[in-house]
Design a protein around this ligand. Sequence first.
Ligand SMILES: *Cc1c(COP(=O)(O)O)cnc(C)c1O
Length: 377
Amino acid sequence: MRMSCEASRANWASATLTVDLAAVRENYRLLREHAPGAECAAVVKADAYGLGVRHVAPALVEEGCQTFFVAHLDEGIELRRIVGRGPSIAVLHGPQPGSEAEFPRHGLAPLLNSLDQLERWAALARNRGTRLSAMLQVDTGMSRFGLSQADVKQILADDRALSHVILDCVMSHLACADDPLNIANRAQLDAFQAAHRYFPKTRGSIAASSGIFLGGKYHLDIVRPGAALYGIAPQPGRLNPMRGVVRLEAQVVQVFEVAANTAVGYGHATRVRHPTRLAVVAAGYADGILRSAGSGGAVWFGDVLLPMVGRVSMDSVTVDVSRASDSIRAGTTVQLLGPRQDADGLAAAAGTIGYEILTSLGNRYRRQYINGSEYVE
Ligand SMILES: *Cc1c(COP(=O)(O)O)cnc(C)c1O
């Protein structure tokens, strides 16, 4: 019932999100080649950054990816169903109190981010008379997840702390990796290596997408890109080496002319100066076209830029089509994301980052996956 309802809605969707799985695979290969000494894992949290983990993860498995990271336990459980038994899945948030037993049940390895998580994980293993795999996260300066230096000293002083834990990896996360000149990067790497030294047989990992481009010292044993797989530039402001993955196209609902000095949209935030031909495009902030993109944002018709006019509405955005003569009418498709404007580009207009654009993409689009091993819609 629900399924058919969704299907019929999707049949008439006025906007289509196309995800190029071959581009995801190519990006994975590129990142792997960039860090040749390391295993290249893939971060597919938040539904593969909004692109659809059900499609993205199998494509990455086909490309040889053997380790995945998700944020939440539920994401791990879903991903296990998708990829089957083979690949390793690590859950970044670690076990929430009471959820510990779900991890071995689904073949998931938690990150242990605090002494509390470590104690609960070790207790589960001890009670079962077995040893359980996990990754250990240390905080090297981001002040988010992970054990402090003092915590690490404490577990080293306690023989029992890790006695039932198989440590697959010690990892940390860089706060400023998108800024190669930031001295925090080196400080975090040094702090990481100081902690990693206590676990000489355990693999280490510190680099996400941007960290991979900080140089070989940061690659260690495992790199864990997310965003770059999906086409986001790992080094903002530099030429993006990644291939574009998403295309977002929406239809025009209506076209009309307004006279000079006419106010457009909510709050009458904008007034056109000249007589202007406007088109209403069927995607708005409920679809992830952030409201903050309204001033300075644009959509594209072929190679013609159509500036947004006035505020983005929930279901639509109005654009100036004067420059496209009269070739735009109801039903015409314009591009919001694609070769002309990638997620980083739309993000710049909205004062945010490409990550937020992708993870905000709505669920009213017809979603189309191309260049997968099978064509799925
Ligand atoms: C999200 C996340 C990643 C992936 O980061 P990208 O910048 O998207 O490559 C890697 N490691 C951790 C701990 C994360 O939270």
